[in-house]
Unconditional design. Structure first.
Length: 449
């Protein structure tokens, strides 16, 4: 009896934990919380006695071997070049969706986030370049251009109903355009030597994937196999492999096989068929016909979603709760015990990044948005005023993930990378807190600036 009660209590506790975990995963800020925890863990571990063990883990190599073929990368490179390519693939899916049906689907709707994002990229790059105009430090001009969509939208999620929904849509669109700019910058300016043979083969395979789309092939397997091949070619071409993720994403079909109303008509007939097979008192396992109809309903329901939607919904939790936290754990650690903290943040690289993200972002986004609206090119979203825009401009200064990623391309290791990482963390925290405080005090009824 005691064992049964203990088992029942354990089962009840398991259910409560499971329900709490599921509820947490559905919170809009859950991804940001996990990412923040990973960043804090990376910082603490980097300044602990476990630092050397962690470094050995990141440098541990593993790969594949088939006969004479051998391909191996360090754990760090698998994360930065492999898993982050999958992250950029999801970013590419989001970009394509926004271009087709979202905020970038028409010239007038796209004008506002495009102008804002351009200002948010040009302003920080100019500030950084004015402070670091020579030497190796000049390579870091792309670091403060980036906006972290997870953290910036996470702050808005914390604010909840205090901010209008259209402001969240605006900031998401700005971040997506910003991601497009980041991909272009990575491909054009953070590529060293290009090995044209590998690049041509990769582009040829990419054209085959385009043909898959044209032939309306919806099975994910051909896209996965060809996509990995494109990634492998780009990895050896000199162009960063994450660019392949975005290119492959653009080839994923965006049309569903069946329209929702067509499915409703078909499903209604199938439900009526299930009802016609019903025998009162019969066990569910006895009605093979009903089970067959149910299986057909389940199988057919997936076709009202486009392959793009199915892939995005399937991969988004993976990138949010696995890939980005792993990236943060591997890349955001700064061993400040080896440096003087004050000296670290007063170096030109640090100052350029902090001013770029905190000042350049807010000025660039706000000013370009003001210009676009003043010229009549576009309008502010409904329910959004200029104080909302200013608060969102501040949140644009949360660089983190993308800024860390670009810093790894600009500065491979050493003091410059430590300066960059520390500056990104300080600037992102400052911009996030400032944006939160500004938006927390905003009311829709307040007059425009």
């Amino acid at each position: 009896m005691v064992i049964i009660k203990a088992f029942q209590r354990a089962r009840a506790m398991h259910e409560r934990v499971r329900e709490g975990f599921v509820e947490f995963l559905h919170l809009k800020v859950s991804g940001s919380i996990v990412l923040l925890c990973a960043a804090v863990a990376a910082f603490l571990l980097s300044n602990s006695p476990l630092h050397f063990m962690l470094e050995e883990l990141w440098q541990l190599e593993f790969g594949l071997a088939f006969g004479d073929f051998y391909f191996a990368q360090s754990v760090l490179h698998w994360i930065d070049d492999g898993l982050m390519a999958l992250f950029f693939f999801v970013v590419g899916l989001e970009i394509k969706r926004e271009i087709i049906v979202g905020e970038l689907s028409s010239v007038r709707r796209a004008a506002l986030p495009i102008f804002a994002a351009l200002g948010g990229m040009i302003g920080p790059a100019l500030i950084y370049s004015l402070i670091n105009h020579g030497g190796e430090a000049a390579r870091g001009w792309g670091i403060p251009m980036a906006t972290d969509i997870a953290f910036s939208l996470g702050v808005l999620a914390i604010l909840g109903s205090r901010v209008p929904t259209n402001l969240k849509v605006f900031l998401a669109a700005v971040a997506i355009v910003d991601d497009i700019g980041a991909v272009i910058v990575i491909a054009a300016f953070y590529t060293s030597d290009i090995f044209w043979g590998w690049l041509i083969v990769g582009l040829a395979i990419w054209l085959i994937i385009v043909a898959f789309n044209y032939l309306q092939i919806e099975s994910p397997l051909p896209y996965v196999i060809a996509g990995i091949s494109v990634w492998f070619c780009f990895l050896h071409s000199g162009i960063h492999a994450t660019v392949a993720g975005v290119l492959v994403a653009f080839t994923i079909p965006s049309k569903a096989r069946m329209k929702p109303l067509e499915f409703v008509t078909w499903a209604r007939a199938k439900i009526e068929e299930i009802e016609s097979y019903d025998i009162p008192g019969e066990h569910v396992l006895q009605s093979n016909a009903q089970q067959q109809c149910a299986q057909e309903l389940q199988a057919e329901a997936r076709w009202i979603q486009a392959p793009l939607q199915r892939m995005e919904h399937s991969l988004l939790p993976v990138t949010t709760f696995i890939i980005l936290p792993l990236f943060a754990l591997a890349n955001s650690g700064v061993r400040i015990v080896e440096y003087n903290f004050i000296d670290l943040i007063l170096e030109p690289v640090s100052i350029g990044i902090i001013l770029g993200l905190v000042v350049g972002k807010q000025v660039g986004i706000f000013a370009m948005t003001k210009i676009a609206v003043s010229l009549g090119i576009t309008d502010l979203p409904s329910g959004v005023n200029w104080r909302h825009i200013y608060g969102a401009s501040l949140l644009g200064g949360i660089g983190f993930t993308m800024s860390l990623f670009i810093s790894g391309l600009a500065f491979r290791a050493g003091i410059l990378q430590a300066e960059a990482k520390m500056a990104i963390i300080i600037a992102s925290l400052t911009a996030g807190l400032a944006g939160y405080l500004v938006l927390r005090g905003v009311r829709p009824s307040l007059p425009e600036l």
